[in-house]
Write a protein that binds this ligand. Sequence first.
Ligand code: SAM
Length: 469
Amino acid sequence: MQSFPAFHILSARRVIVAGAGEAAARKARLAAAAGAKVVFIASGLDPHLTAEWSGRAEFDARAPSAAVFAGAALAFIAVDAHDEAAALARYAKAAGVPVNVVDRPDLSDFLTPSIVDRGEVLVAISTGGAAPVLGRRLRERIEAILPQNIGALAAFARSFRDAAAARLAPERRRAFWENFFDGPLASRVLAGDEIGARNELVEYLNRSQASAVAASGVVHLVGAGPGDPELLTLKALRLLQSADVIFHDRLVSDKILDLARRDALRFYVGKAKGDHSVPQEDIERRLIEFARDGKIVVRLKGGDPFIFGRGGEELDAVRSAGIPVFVTPGITAATGCAAAAGMPLTHRELSQAVTFITGHAKDDGEPELNWRALATLAHTLVVYMGVGKAASIAGRLIEHGRAGATPVAVIEKATTAQQKILKGRLSDLGVLVRAGGIEGPALLVIGEVAAKADGVLLEQLELAERRAA
Ligand SMILES: C[S@@+](CC[C@H](N)C(=O)[O-])C[C@H]1O[C@@H](n2cnc3c(N)ncnc32)[C@H](O)[C@@H]1O
């Protein structure tokens, strides 16, 4: 270790900043964020900084000397001229004030790290001045994995420290806190339900002397996106890594499941068409049972849980069982497919709206839809679960007034390595699906925007087939 990391308590203490430009302002912002009183050794700042600091900092225009630095907690020197920087650093040292000179570790008593600031939780990264850009890269990575609310979680825990110390024997406290941070109450605080978590923890501490936090669990309905693991949200990734139990769909790939906590229990509860492996009520019952057992339960669904995902039913069921439940949205297949095909879903000239429908009907019959409205609106129509009904959907739309020449795109397994994109006309939709060997999961996109998709045309498909024959 080439330097010793320590966190300075700067609240209401003076911090001297020498310099009038952006480099000085950056250090001043850090000091001010930590509650320091910033004093600039300058009569003013660069014009673009004046508004930011007027009334928020003092200006000491005296000729620099050790007296100017006396009593300060820290000093930052951010002036361009080397001699001036060295002289200012000498004054600070003479006054016994630790000094940082920007870009001059040789003149500095301390280095300023790259910082991840989440309130009570601070992460500081230093490369000892050797590679500041590397330090920033590391910071970006840590920013991405640390929950936004981790500071709130630390503050929450702080507010219970005394109560826990008063009620729990010292040898039990550690297990209590480990249990808390790994458990559903922390998951609720991170999800924003501080009040619910607080009530439950108060109740628990009031009635029990046990070491474990025997709180009820929590259910997260989480969107896994269309397939590419990189399209998971940061929150979805974090929840996967904190889950005790994961219930997942057929559309959630192994690559995504590989990102989950290794020792989480996993249950496949997928529903392929015609294969209702686990009835919906059973899924809901099991989510509730595991949560009642104090577990962090993640219900991971392809795309977005609230778009043709029965997320609404699961939310209602879990909620009515009195279990806290939170929803993390995902990128739905329509936006994943559109991005993959380079095809906007709305377009100023071509499409003023977008409509999502399902081609799947309850009893496997025809979906009961307002075909007239769907055929006549100037919109993009996106059909989920429509592969098996492609020909009849096209027929219905044409029958109700949509032109047979309307462009269509069929996008299968979008955002995965097996992605396939085909293009054609509405009148050929059934043929396109058949000739292209589309099995799904796939979306049918109907509307003028489909002409923009980067895909293989029906004619090209047929030509390739004839050549192969
Ligand atoms: C039960 S729905 C679930 C939709 C999901 N909740 C969403 O928001 O994307 C399943 C259908 O979504 C579509 N789908 C899901 N992932 C897809 C993908 N990667 N490429 C194309 N279509 C997809 C298919 O139409 C599939 O039959």
